[in-house]
Design a protein around this ligand. Structure first.
Ligand code: HEC
Ligand code: HEC
Ligand code: HEC
Ligand code: HEC
Ligand code: HEC
Ligand code: HEC
Ligand code: HEC
Ligand code: HEC
Ligand code: HEC
Ligand code: HEC
Length: 292
């Protein structure tokens, strides 16, 4: 039975016809592979861009087994020896090189210096090639792939305030360029704040009255993934504000001030944003002290 299949496949390969009836341009090495590996050839990969056949971009004659696994000649004659490239172990980028042979475009321009590359997480650390779908490229699948290594980002989703990532409403790759970038932490935009403005454009301003740390760095007050405090805040008020503002000077200036309206306010222990609710900046006269 197996022998018949092999003979059939060899004949198909020689005649240039695939099992589906479409021409396949296998080179001699790959038709060899199919003798034993038709399951792989007919499997999920055939539904994806690497389905065996002519390379649509013409970088190689065909995309086939040897495009990725290398010639593997020894393996083909004695299967217990390993194929040339298996993607199974750390090999200092050799297996990436087979991918980059075709994927060297601008999307990959930061790959060589990316943290993943440096940590020897190769292309197949994130991408599944032989399956019909590639979870890391899907809204519902990416979180699981990334957090299979980044466990603390997974645990973070249990916290009180969070970017809704486990359900895929916000994806890791909304903020991080998966193939690296020139920004710190591989962020997807040029600066940290620009990363946030992609979705929170109303915080960009310009405002008549700006709060310096907001324009400077959202992380002065927020955490990016999740927090035990409200609104992704990195500390609770008033401590959040007192990172920078001396609390003791506030009453001194305020208690003599008519503008407060009430003289008996003890601001210590109150949430600063009860009064300074426009903490991101604003355009009204009261915005000069970030009040409404
Ligand atoms: C004579 C049959 C035969 C041929 C021809 C053959 N293979 Fe294999 N291949 C096998 C067997 C059997 C295994 C499983 C070996 C094992 O489980 O250790 C295997 C395993 C593999 C693996 C997985 C190895 C791993 O460690 O994960 C790859 C990749 C592979 N083959 C690629 C190829 C490629 C590419 C070709 C063509 C150049 C090819 N094979 C030709 C029989 C063959
Ligand atoms: C676009 C690159 C690419 C092509 C084309 C390709 N493979 Fe693979 N192959 C991989 C990667 C990467 C892995 C590692 C597992 C994964 O990420 O899916 C792999 C894994 C395998 C394995 C190990 C078992 C498994 O599924 O994990 C076998 C066997 C195999 N390939 C055989 C083949 C054969 C036979 C062909 C041709 C029909 C082929 N591959 C074409 C990239 C490729
Ligand atoms: C022979 C050339 C070639 C090789 C080698 C190759 N690719 Fe591709 N790949 C393509 C082409 C052509 C496309 C079609 C889309 C395009 O034009 O970018 C594609 C598309 C993709 C896509 C998006 C579409 C999909 O089906 O997922 C991913 C992800 C990808 N390749 C990853 C890889 C990885 C990882 C490797 C190495 C294991 C690899 N490629 C090796 C040519 C190649
Ligand atoms: C850290 C995980 C990760 C690694 C490592 C990784 N990718 Fe990707 N890749 C992704 C994600 C996520 C996407 C989905 C596109 C997006 O959101 O930017 C993607 C998309 C792609 C695409 C299709 C879209 C495009 O940009 O053209 C190709 C091709 C691709 N990757 C190739 C590769 C190659 C080649 C390597 C290794 C050199 C690699 N990837 C390494 C996560 C990764
Ligand atoms: C809303 C944008 C956003 C999303 C979504 C996001 N990140 Fe981040 N991430 C950031 C920012 C901003 C930093 C830098 C924090 C800093 O500078 O203090 C960062 C830092 C990191 C770091 C390095 C610092 C550290 O904590 O070790 C890792 C790793 C990381 N993120 C992984 C992930 C993973 C995995 C996901 C998806 C589960 C994800 N991120 C989703 C914005 C985001
Ligand atoms: C196979 C394991 C693995 C997978 C899968 C993985 N990472 Fe990583 N990632 C690492 C390692 C290892 C580092 C190096 C730093 C470290 O040890 O945390 C890293 C570093 C990072 C950093 C810090 C980058 C910098 O420039 O400082 C970010 C951000 C990150 N990963 C995001 C992601 C995202 C987003 C995904 C999914 C698209 C992902 N990772 C998938 C292992 C992985
Ligand atoms: C891809 C879009 C996207 C990006 C990029 C993004 N956010 Fe968000 N952000 C959201 C969504 C969606 C919510 C949830 C809104 C809701 O629950 O109604 C959210 C909520 C928030 C919240 C309120 C959380 C709470 O518990 O109420 C804060 C604070 C926040 N984001 C800050 C940031 C910061 C800082 C950055 C940059 C590091 C950033 N966001 C980047 C989409 C994004
Ligand atoms: C000086 C501290 C501080 C800085 C810096 C800061 N925030 Fe906030 N942010 C807060 C506080 C306090 C709250 C909760 C009170 C509120 O709702 O105004 C908040 C709430 C939010 C919310 C949820 C409520 C809403 O207004 O939509 C978002 C989104 C947000 N911040 C985004 C950002 C972005 C984006 C940046 C950077 C451009 C940033 N923040 C910088 C203090 C800050
Ligand atoms: C990372 C440091 C930092 C944090 C945290 C911070 N601020 Fe500020 N804040 C500044 C700086 C810098 C200025 C500008 C000071 C100046 O112009 O004299 C400022 C200005 C102000 C002003 C206006 C002062 C004026 O002269 O009109 C108010 C009100 C204010 N902050 C309230 C807050 C509140 C409320 C919080 C907490 C939600 C907070 N700040 C958190 C650094 C910070
Ligand atoms: C009960 C309301 C209230 C609370 C609570 C409050 N403030 Fe104020 N704050 C004011 C008013 C009113 C002013 C004066 C505005 C003016 O002069 O126009 C002011 C002024 C300021 C100024 C500017 C002082 C200056 O020299 O011009 C800063 C900075 C400030 N507050 C920070 C804080 C911080 C930090 C907290 C929390 C620890 C806080 N405030 C809590 C009402 C309040």
């Amino acid at each position: 039975m197996v022998v018949w299949k092999r003979i059939l496949l060899v004949l198909l390969a020689v005649s240039g016809l695939g099992l589906s009836g479409y021409p396949i341009l296998l080179n001699a090495d790959s038709s060899n592979c199919l003798m034993c590996h038709q399951k792989e050839a007919q499997g999920g990969i055939s539904h994806r861009a690497h389905g065996l056949g002519p390379d649509p971009r013409g970088q190689q004659d065909t995309i086939d087994c040897v495009s990725c696994h290398g010639p593997s000649t020894e393996h083909a004659s004695s299967p217990r020896t390993a194929p040339s490239v298996t993607f199974s172990s750390v090999d200092e980028g050799q297996s990436d090189a087979t991918c980059i042979a075709c994927h060297s475009g601008s999307a990959m321009s930061h790959w060589a210096f990316s943290e993943h590359r440096n940590a020897e997480v190769g292309c197949s650390g994130c991408h599944s090639i032989h399956t019909a779908r590639d979870p890391v490229q899907e809204r519902n699948g990416q979180f699981e792939v990334c957090t299979s290594c980044h466990q603390s980002e997974k645990m973070d989703q249990l916290k009180f305030s969070r970017h809704p990532m486990s359900e895929g409403h916000v994806q890791c790759s909304d903020c991080h360029a998966p193939h690296g970038s020139s920004a710190m932490n591989g962020l997807s935009a040029a600066t940290l704040n620009d990363t946030c403005y992609q979705c929170h454009a109303e915080k960009r301003g310009p405002f008549l009255f700006e709060h310096e740390p907001v324009q400077d760095d959202c992380m002065s007050c927020h955490l990016p993934h999740a927090s035990v405090n409200d609104s992704l805040l990195k500390a609770r008020e008033p401590f959040l504000c007192q990172q920078c503002h001396i609390a003791s000077r506030h009453p001194g200036t305020l208690y003599d001030s008519d503008r407060l309206g009430r003289q008996d306010i003890n601001i210590i222990g109150q949430s600063c944003t009860n009064c300074h609710s426009q903490v991101h900046g604003g355009n009204q006269p009261a915005s000069s002290s970030f009040r409404r």
